[in-house]
Design a protein around this ligand. Sequence first.
Ligand code: GDP
Ligand code: CA
Length: 330
Amino acid sequence: MQRIVVLAGGIGGARFIRGLKSAAPDAEITVIGNTGDDIHLFGLKVCPDLDTLMYTLGGGIHEEQGWGRADETFVVKEELAAYGVGPEWFGLGDRDFATHIVRTQMIAAGYPLSAVTEALCARWQPGVRILPMTDDRVETHVLIDTADLGDSVAGDAAEGRKAVHFQEYWVRLRASVDAHAVVPVGADAAKPGPGVLEAIAEADVILFPPSNPVVSVGTILAVPGIREAIADAGVPVVGLSPVVGDAPVRGMADKVLAAVGVETTAAAVARHYGSGLLDGWLVDTVDADSVPSVEEAGIRCRAVPLMMTGTEATARMARQALELAEEVRA
Ligand code: GDP
Ligand code: CA
């Protein structure tokens, strides 16, 4: 049986893995999920990327939105707002709240996040093993200039640089100001979660889905030991570009790429990962011109359609990634 390991953020990762399951129904798929986006809200531990993976693969996702639950209501949020209790900028629905309550309760009882995730997945049956990158606390912070905020956000009196939680940057500020640095706080002292290094060592192929290269895949790679394990695994590592036609397909990845000095092009993202890590890279057909420059960097590259418009189109992308992996292996 083929063992596939995927490093994933939220929407881009989850949708790709749905296609991968359809392309490789007999494979054993292990997903290493980003937890740098995690945030505590209303006393609850919220893991946006793990939940997006679980809901998307388990059939509970709000399809159009790409995150949160289908058929959601927001009564609890309204009631909290009536008490003046925020933040209001992070949309937690009633169904979603239950997940965070169960998670927080289990963590308070002493279970590590990996065990909690396994318990939550017992309900959702995602059809893949979802492993948090670490059981330790890692929180991605973004460094911004308070001067850039203008009058848009009240209460930020201090001048100069300021670190905000990734969710505050992404959801509250909608990445409307420049990011000067992205820091996965706590990553340097974090240990890979149970099973993570083992899964990588036993993998036949490792895939980077079209997830955010900085705040999703980059954060996972920042946990000491994970990057090294991938480089040492001795199996093909193939990625798919989240950047198509010099722009992220969805979201504001250009802002965080700029913060780490990487141009928003499919080729620049491949070079950012580098040939020490990446053996193969898929770019969209609109970026076919960039294939030679990626190959010059020592990474085998193909141009294929990379828009995840449905499960069939996404399965085709997954098949092409697996084919490129076999080419690399041979
Ligand atoms: P997040 O944690 O929810 O932001 O999700 P990920 O990090 O897993 O994925 C976000 C990335 O997915 C964004 O940078 C998008 O550009 C990329 N993305 C979303 N949809 C598509 C698609 O259809 N094709 C490609 N190639 N990339 C996509
Ligand atoms: Ca995310």
